[in-house]
Design a binder for this molecule. Structure first.
Ligand code: MG
Length: 474
């Protein structure tokens, strides 16, 4: 009888936990206090741009150490291949088509865009704030520059940064946009871009001095960590760089063997080192998870001023692997089990994983695409993610299911890698064998194509496309 009495409340509790969406998986494995979270997000960083991901001439000792002490994920994907939808996916855990932050008319938001991330969307910051976290956003936002769309209206206690891309608000140079970028990058000046720097919702500097913007973002992050008290915290540091134009402060300029692009990455890496050092100085390193990744692949038409996708095909703007597979590191010596992970992960999963680890219930009133990676991070369990949906704007171009990826539509970007092509028989690559997508194996794998088609039918049958928030301009 005693056993029955125990069993019934335990069963009800377990059902409630599952209904509430609280990730019971983490609770079972948890043995420490509520963790702090830091996301460090680069802009247009390629898969091949870090030392630990194989770059032969860019030095990234701090990120390399993070990977060695933590988990290096080799099949981790951004939610889109360009800035705005990718960031919406990261912060909400939802495919950008579900929030209206992906569009067939405009790939990203611009300084004259009317809208931004709808108030109805729930960000990671809002998820964590409701369970007592202090939250801060530093850096590029690109989810709407008007006050109602800024971080301070999306769950962040504070914001310091440039609210969109650093090449926007270009001043009149008397030469065309393309010609402008043809000139040597040492003649490109920060004053040519009239981008604002905001503190919360107020402009404090315009044009923002981009020569030291990376350093200022890292210093701001360190200052935030230093003033933390007993509450857990969530810090989102989204660098504007290495998106072009490229700028580095004088301590880094001319130092890298990889030229200006290398200088920029090495300055970002230096900031990562400062953040880790600040955590250690505060005794927070055992109870903080730091994730480093990028919003999309490298901007390849800029040649040596853009990054490298390493062994992957194509880059930013495309649904080839180089557009969306990102060099990703999870660090947290008290929480993360060391290793190299080749299982699939997505920036969409960060929302769900952090919510689970903070024990913040996820609402059941909408579809969340993120999955809980906490057991993979803490115990090295297999990733629950088996698929990736590669959207370009509001169109599904490709799908990865397990080791195989089918392209239904292919299209290059920015004048490279070909025109739009719809494939009657999809191109099929085994991206575990062939990460560079060179060898089409569709003819030999009809069953795989059928499974992928069934998977897509299942996805699209329940998909409700939200109203496009990117197209309207003022
Ligand atoms: Mg980007």
């Amino acid at each position: 009888m005693k056993n029955h009495l125990f069993f019934i409340p335990a069963f009800i509790f377990s059902v409630l936990i599952n209904i509430g969406g609280v990730a019971s998986l983490y609770s079972q494995a948890k043995d420490s206090e509520t963790p702090n979270f830091i996301i460090i997000f680069a802009d247009d960083l390629g898969y091949g741009d870090l030392g630990v991901f194989g770059n032969p001439s860019i030095k990234t000792p701090h990120l390399d150490t993070m990977a060695y002490e933590g988990q290096k994920w080799t099949s981790f994907y951004a939610a889109a291949s360009v800035c705005t939808p990718s960031r919406a996916g990261l912060l909400t855990g939802r495919l950008p088509v579900r929030s209206g932050m992906a569009s067939s008319k405009s790939r990203v938001l611009f300084p004259n865009s009317k809208n931004g991330l709808p108030a109805s969307e729930i960000t990671i910051a809002e998820q964590l704030k409701k369970v007592g976290y202090t939250t801060a956003a530093i850096g590029k936002w690109h989810l709407g520059h008007k006050p109602e769309f800024l971080p301070t209206n999306h769950g962040f206690d504070s914001y310091f940064g440039i609210p969109y891309s650093n090449d926007m608000d270009m001043i009149d140079t008397n030469i065309g946009y393309s010609e402008y970028w043809e000139q040597p990058f040492d003649s490109i000046k920060t004053a040519h871009f009239n981008v604002p720097l905001l503190r919360d919702t107020k402009i404090i500097e315009r044009p923002a001095n981009q020569n030291n913007i990376t350093k200022r973002y890292s210093d701001e992050a360190v200052a935030f960590i230093e003033k933390q008290g007993v509450s857990p915290f969530f810090l989102y540091v989204a660098h504007n760089l290495p998106h072009i134009p490229l700028f580095a402060s004088k301590d880094f300029l001319g130092k890298s063997k990889r030229g200006l692009y290398g200088d920029v990455i090495e300055e970002i890496d230096d900031g990562v080192g400062k953040i880790i050092k600040a955590l250690k100085a505060k005794g927070l390193d055992r109870n903080t998870i730091v994730v480093f990744t990028s919003d999309n692949g490298p901007w390849l038409p800029f040649k040596n001023n853009g990054g490298s996708s390493g062994l992957l095909r194509a880059g930013k703007g495309t649904t080839w692997e180089g557009g969306m597979r990102e060099p990703t590191i999870f660090w947290g010596p008290g929480l993360i089990k060391r290793g190299v992970v080749s299982d699939i992960g997505s920036t969409l999963d960060v929302f769900t994983t952090f919510s689970a680890m903070a024990e913040s219930p996820i609402t059941q009133d909408r579809i969340i695409d993120g999955l809980d990676l906490s057991l993979s991070l803490m115990e090295g369990a297999p990733s629950p993610r088996k698929s990736i949906l590669y959207y370009r704007g509001s169109e599904l171009f490709a799908v990865r299911l397990g080791d195989f990826k089918a392209h239904f539509i292919t299209q290059g970007a920015y004048g490279q890698f070909g025109e739009r092509k719809e494939h009657e028989t999809p191109l099929l690559y085994n991206v575990a064998f062939d990460a560079g997508e060179h060898f089409d194996v569709a003819m030999k794998n009809p069953r795989v194509l059928k499974d992928i088609n069934d998977f897509i039918s299942n996805h699209t049958s329940s998909l409700i496309m939200a109203k496009d928030q990117l197209a309207e301009r003022e």
